[in-house]
Design a protein around this ligand. Sequence first.
Ligand code: PEP
Ligand code: MN
Length: 355
Amino acid sequence: MIIMERGATREQIQQVLNEVTRYGVRAEISNTDSTIVIELVGDEKMIPVSAVTSLPGVKAAIQIETPYKLVSREYSRYVGNSLENLKIKVGDVVLGNGKPVYIAGPCAIESETQIMKIAEGVKQAGAHILRGGVFKPRSSVHSFQGLGSIDWKKAEEALKWLRRAGEQFGLPVVTEVRGEQQVDLIAEYVDILQIGSRNMYDQDLLVAVARKKKPVLLKRHFGASVEEFLSFAEYIAAENNKNIILCERGIVPVGKGKNFTRYMLDLGSVPAIKKETYLPIIVDPSHAMGRRDLIFNMSCAAIAAGANGLMIESHYNPEEALVDGSQAVTPEELGAIIRACNRIYKMITPKNNLN
Ligand code: PEP
Ligand code: MN
């Protein structure tokens, strides 16, 4: 990161850009109130510090070791951004302004009637954003992969249903992008692009999705450390897209015997991540628990831990769901969860922060 002197000229800035890009890094100019800062993306260790500090107009060059500097609170302080907590606006919904945001809907979209009925139910329950999978990541090729996997026409049809359901009930929509070839199509229809847990490490997919300039919901890989999680969020931020919603969804359980939950929900990561980054973080208790009867408690716990929202799978008849029915709650159950979570949020939030 290079900080220019106050009043540095255009030519001086250009000279710095010419110098640093010779070492294969990308440089971006960030204009804070009074200073010009040149942010570097790439291996800045390649640049000899003296090559930069000796140039006219340069005040200082600071090397930042953290692999997720663009999304870190620490770095945002250096570049003068007042990024206390990043607020991400999706339609009329604001993520990260404190108040919990609830994303709900089926694991997979099955028909127009199904998504319409669920959208109506979750809206009534108090949800803000509608989810629904079109391309499902599944462990077995013999199980239902989502309507998108049937053919391209079916994928587009399902995306249109999702969009229509969202419009009808005033809910922005989110769906998972499972592969690079799906990015263009999905980006046409949804407000938020989701990267599933299995794809957190797919940097090419992250870059492709980031370039759509829409908010990205990035789920933590079930085997990833928090540092890796933030480092892969950095791939999105490095494309000049900082509208990243992080999602904790459980990590691999420990030991040999039964754990009684599908994954281990790492709620400790929530306040820890909030210290490290200004990005909002939500929790998905559905995929973590894999059981409907545990969703209520873990939702409450997630909000108590400081989560900015929840993503919960919901279906009017979970027994009939083609995917993940065992962990889906009914819209009525969802309503009870949202009411309890809102009470908890109020209880733990200082009065002057309530809005
Ligand atoms: C999902 O949210 O639909 C999903 C498949 O979750 P995860 O990527 O966390 O397993
Ligand atoms: Mn699911």
